[in-house]
Each structure stands twice: as structure tokens, then as C-alpha cells.
Write a protein that binds this ligand. Structure first.
Ligand SMILES: Nc1nc2c(ncn2[C@@H]2O[C@H](COP(=O)(O)OP(=O)(O)OP(=O)(O)O)[C@@H](O)[C@H]2O)c(=O)[nH]1
Ligand SMILES: [Zn+2]
Length: 315
């Protein structure tokens, strides 16, 4: 007779995953069927193999999720994590970040009801950093001021040059939470994980070795504990080129953009697309001015592009 246990999915690669039990021990598990396909952050019920049939377990059931974070690049590829408390979008002064990809990541957070914060790394690169900080003005102020305002906290970081200061600034924000770290390649995600998770490199090596029997591929997504009592976690996901949002409807977009959402109720037509309609309260606010209630023309361009993209992918 095999026993059924509960555990947390801490890594996944293809269909296999690594499940951690409450005592901290880990084992590779395979889903029993499509319904038991788990993602990192899932709590699952799993079953050990019968004696003499190896060590690898079977996932019997994925327990109900609090939330599920999506990124959908093509019709078939999705990657996500479940049960997360917040997303840290890590970008840097260099390489110059794509505002479109940043906006997409933030929209995905809003759509899943997950709070987001932005880390802007490489503040030691003084001039590019100043430019990047300025580009983020709308993100630091959007949605108005005071009660109910929904702008994004932006943390200046220099992970390689002021690691101790950054760690001290980040830890209180990460305490007791599960944080998914997202960011383009080169922004400093590995540097961040290594700064906050002692032994991260070793853990990653062990896990990818176990999952791939030594083949040199890395796991797609992995959860790291940053404290000894395993209450605060970082989930590291691979860098992305294209942050796809094909799981969203175009008419959902404005609600997921705080600078649009604050005005959207004032449009003449309730089903306004905020692209060309007369009496559109969103379009009325699109202007270069740095004002908390203004919508930057750049943001509106990104919105229009996304609206078009999501309208085309419906079939
Ligand atoms: N100047 C400067 N360089 C940094 C800083 N943080 C990271 N870097 C450098 O930026 C480069 C990319 O950092 P990584 O941590 O490898 O970036 P990543 O996001 O993990 O990138 P991928 O592995 O490609 O996904 C490395 O050469 C780091 O040394 C920083 O605060 N300042
Ligand atoms: Zn409108």
C-alpha cells in the first residue's frame, strides 16, 4: 500500500516536478494525468511508488489555487506559477528595458489579481539609470495620488555594487511572502537570487541534475526559500523576450492598466475601446505632461498595439 502525502511544487521541468514535503525533503513526481499537471507554487497530494519501484512519486491531485500567473507566448506555450503573493519585475538601466514588455508583465499581474513591484537595477550606471528612472515616471505616479491610487513601487537597486543595502531594502518586502521574479535576460535575476538565497547555485545544480539525469538543461521555474523557516520564497523564472498575453480579452486591458482604469468609467460609451470613440475619457487624458492623472502617449501606443494583437488572436 502506498501512502498519500501533501507537498509543495518547488521546481518544474516539462511534465516532471520536484515536490517538497513539510519536513523539507524533496522528490521528483510525475503527474498522473492532465488534470494533475502542477506548476511551481502548487500544493499537491502525491503518492510514493510501491516498494521496489524506484523513488519517483505520482501527483494525485493539485489542491485548489489561490491564483495562477500566466504568460502565454504562442497558442501552445504557457508558463506560470501558482499561489504567489506578489511579482517583482526586475529591469535594469542596461540593457535598456522594453516598456512594452514591462507593461505586459504588469497587465498579467493585474489580470491575476497579484500586486507587483518594480526593481530598477544597475543604479551604479549613473546616466543610463537616470534615463530609465525618468522613463518609469508614469509607473511611479499613475492612477492619481492619495487613497485608492494604484501606482507601482519602484526600487532603485545596484545588486552587484550595493548588495548589502539592497538586501536590507528587499528583505522586509519579501518577508513571509512568495514572490515571483520576472525580468528580461541580463537585468540581474541570477545576481538577485544569489544575493538573497545562500547556496542557490548548488540547489539549482542539484535540481536540474535530478530532473534531467545530468543532461545540461536548466529547470524552467524554481522556488527558493530565503529564510531557514521556509516562509519567504522567491520563484525564479527564465528570462523572457516576448511576454504574451493571449489569455486575455482586448476589452479587459484597460481595467488592468491603472492609469486607464481610473478614467475608463467616464467614457460616453460603456463598451468604449479607448481607441477612437468620441467622448472617451481615457483619450482625453493622453498627453506628454508628467501629471499623476495624465496617460503617457507611449502607454497609449502600447495599449493600442496590444488591443490589436489580442483582437487578432481570437478565433
Ligand atoms: N553594473 C552592474 N552590473 C550588474 C548589476 N547587477 C548585475 N549586473 C551584471 O549584469 C549581468 C547580468 O546579470 P545576471 O544576474 O546574470 O542577469 P540575469 O537577469 O540572470 O540574466 P539571464 O541569466 O540572461 O536571465 C552580469 O554581468 C552581472 O554582473 C549591477 O547592479 N550593476
Ligand atoms: Zn474610452
Amino acid at each position: 500500500m502506498s501512502r498519500s502525502n501533501e507537498g509543495l511544487v518547488v521546481a518544474s521541468h516539462g511534465r516532471h516536478c520536484v515536490v517538497e514535503q513539510d519536513d523539507g525533503s524533496r522528490r521528483i513526481c510525475h503527474p498522473r494525468g492532465k488534470k494533475s499537471q502542477a506548476v511551481v507554487g502548487d500544493r499537491v497530494r502525491w503518492q510514493a511508488p510501491p516498494p521496489g519501484q524506484g523513488e519517483e512519486g505520482t501527483i494525485e491531485q493539485v489542491l485548489p489555487r489561490r491564483n495562477l500567473f500566466y504568460r502565454q507566448d504562442e497558442v501552445r506555450t504557457k508558463s506560470f506559477a501558482a499561489n504567489i503573493d506578489q511579482v517583482l519585475v526586475l529591469i535594469a538601466a542596461e540593457p535598456v528595458f522594453s516598456e512594452s514588455q514591462l507593461t505586459r508583465a504588469l497587465i498579467a499581474c493585474e489580470a491575476a489579481g497579484i500586486p507587483a513591484l518594480i526593481g530598477l537595477n544597475k543604479s551604479d550606471l549613473v546616466e543610463p539609470f537616470a534615463r530609465a528612472w525618468e522613463r518609469l515616471w508614469p509607473y511611479r505616479h499613475m492612477g492619481g495620488e492619495g487613497e485608492g491610487a494604484r501606482h507601482y513601487p519602484v526600487l532603485p537597486l545596484s545588486l552587484t555594487e550595493s548588495g548589502d543595502t539592497d538586501r536590507a531594502a528587499l528583505l522586509p518586502l519579501l518577508q513571509g511572502r512568495t514572490t515571483l521574479v520576472l525580468g528580461p535576460s541580463g537585468a540581474g535575476k541570477s545576481t538577485l537570487v544569489n544575493l538573497l538565497v545562500p547556496g542557490a547555485a548548488v540547489q539549482t545544480g542539484e535540481i536540474s541534475q535530478a530532473l534531467n539525469s545530468g543532461r545540461h538543461t536548466t529547470t524552467s521555474t524554481q522556488l527558493y526559500w530565503i529564510d531557514p523557516d521556509r516562509r519567504s520564497a522567491l520563484i525564479d523564472s527564465p528570462g523572457f523576450q516576448e511576454f504574451g498575453l493571449r489569455h486575455l480579452e482586448p476589452m479587459q486591458l484597460a481595467r488592468c492598466m491603472p492609469d486607464f482604469a481610473v478614467h475608463a468609467g467616464g467614457c460616453r460609451f460603456h463598451n468604449c475601446s479607448h481607441l477612437h470613440e468620441p467622448g472617451c475619457a481615457v483619450l482625453a487624458q493622453v498627453r506628454e505632461e508628467r501629471a499623476p492623472l495624465a496617460i503617457s502617449p507611449q502607454r497609449h501606443r502600447i495599449y493600442a498595439e496590444l488591443f490589436e494583437e489580442l483582437s487578432q488572436s481570437r478565433y
